[in-house]
Design a protein around this ligand. Structure first.
Ligand code: SF4
Ligand code: SF4
Length: 439
């Protein structure tokens, strides 16, 4: 195989041919709107990938347009030719990544983050515990007072302000790996805890288990589960993301459950596409297909099981910011709204442009901070016009981004960003449950 053929295969060249250049995708692309450049539109990006794959342009021309793509997949929802942009983007990211000149220390940090940090429950727990210590020991106050947070890498000084209060290591340790409902069993569920979700939004994960148990489900947290691989794929680390997919398929197969439930739109979108990572007809493709049929978002299963009565009124006006990956990749659109409408006292005001990405997009807001903030400010204009007191989301990245948006608007204290699970838990099941339902 020639090197050009190899490049074409890697970059998914044959998928670019499906694009008929109609331009219907342009008006829905946030980066085309903010950057006003054809090269930073879906059509322009596809064209560049095609030119590179045909040997008519150098790989370097792809770097900026591809890195500035949010991967929100809004373009795929309006494309009349059903262009598989996600696969084109993933191939292009892989090629761009391999083309980059990186220093040894830079490679070392990246390898640690992607090979050891995100996939390790131990490391993610350590991150959660270290953040708890930082928050509780007073170091946070001192660091803020002395402006030391400014030296944090990857624009963390901004995100540091909006990380929620985390539970103590003791609280973390208390969580069991199996919970059995006292009600007649409705389903056997494996909960995909996620790496960032479990580290930074441990309480939301706990509320998720609570809602599932109260829905009559037996809930298992497979010990061998790992990061879904979305962050790896977004960063052009395709091989690593495939290994993580295999590890998860294996871990969840062992439990023989009815459903695999997650509460993070970005992770869910990765999990339901695992079969695309393997060659059709291969053993892993078959195993991935079985895995994928069981994957659901928490909002889908709560609507489907329909066992909880939300009786405690929440007298608030809220708006809902849908996760792009949950909407555009998983196709989960109505269940979150159906659940919000069940909460007594709650008024749901829809955004004018709910489909417009919030600019979080995995690690985009850290790596492309300025572009991300332009997009966030546009989103916040829409959010503020609803006059809602709360912005409800279904993904950790969107949640942090919305918290940051509130902070940028100067409306901290008047407005809040909340995960839908936490709001449902507030309105739903009461009483102690954790000790009684441990399996
Ligand atoms: S994924 Fe989003 S940002 Fe990227 S080209 Fe498509 S619409 Fe634009
Ligand atoms: S809508 Fe689809 S076919 Fe039309 S330009 Fe965009 S990607 Fe190409």
């Amino acid at each position: 195989m020639s090197s050009l053929q190899e490049l074409q295969q890697k970059i998914n060249y044959e998928k670019t041919i499906d694009c008929v250049q109609c331009g219907y995708c342009l008006p829905v692309c946030p980066t085309f709107e903010t950057m006003e450049r054809e090269t930073h539109s879906p059509r322009g990006r596809i064209n560049l990938v095609k030119m590179v794959a045909e040997g008519k342009a150098d790989i370097d021309v792809l770097e900026d347009p591809i890195e500035k793509c949010l991967g929100c997949m809004a373009c795929t929802t309006v494309c009349p030719s059903n262009v598989q942009y996600g696969q084109i983007l993933e191939g292009a990211k892989d090629v761009v990544e391999q083309n980059k000149q990186k220093s040894k220390p830079q490679k070392g940090v990246e390898n640690f983050l992607f090979d050891s940090f995100f996939p390790s429950k131990g490391w993610m727990d350590t991150l959660g515990n270290a953040t708890w210590l930082y928050q509780k020991s007073g170091v946070q106050k001192v660091a803020r007072k002395l402006n030391l947070t400014k030296i944090a890498p990857l624009n963390m000084e901004h995100f540091e302000k909006v990380i929620p209060d985390l539970p103590s290591p003791k609280e973390r340790k208390k969580r069991a790996n199996r919970y059995i409902s006292k009600r007649p069993a409705t389903a056997k569920i494996a909960f995909f805890t996620g790496c960032v979700m479990d580290s930074m939004f441990f309480e939301t994960n706990k509320n998720t288990i609570h809602l599932l148990v109260k829905s009559g489900a037996e809930v298992i947290l497979p010990k061998q589960q790992t990061c879904c691989g979305a962050l790896h794929a977004h960063s052009g680390k395709v091989d690593e993301s495939i290994e993580l997919a295999k590890a998860n398929i294996k871990a969840f197969e062992e439990e023989q459950v009815d459903y695999i439930i997650n509460n993070a739109g970005g992770c869910g979108a990765r999990l339901i596409e695992y079969h695309h990572l393997f060659e059709e007809g291969s053993e892993w493709h078959e195993r991935a297909k079985k895995f994928v049929t069981k994957v659901k978002d928490i909002t889908q299963i709560l609507v489907e099981l329909d066992q909880i009565e939300y009786t405690k009124p929440v007298h608030k006006t809220v708006t809902y910011q849908p996760s792009c990956h949950m909407t555009n990749v998983q196709g989960v659109i109505e269940p979150p709204k159906q659940l919000l409408n069940k909460i007594p006292g709650l008024t749901l005001k829809e955004l004018k442009r709910p489909e417009f990405c919030c600019g979080s997009a995995g690690t985009y807001n850290m790596l492309q901070y300025d572009e991300s903030m332009k997009i966030l400010d546009m989103k916040m204009e829409d959010v503020c016009s609803t006059k809602a007191s709360d912005v409800v989301t279904t993904n950790p990245g969107c949640l942090l981004q919305m918290k940051l948006g509130i902070e940028r608007e100067g409306t901290t204290g008047e407005m809040e960003a909340v995960h839908i699970v936490d709001l449902l838990a507030q309105a739903g099941p009461v009483g102690k449950w954790e000790k009684e339902t441990r399996g």
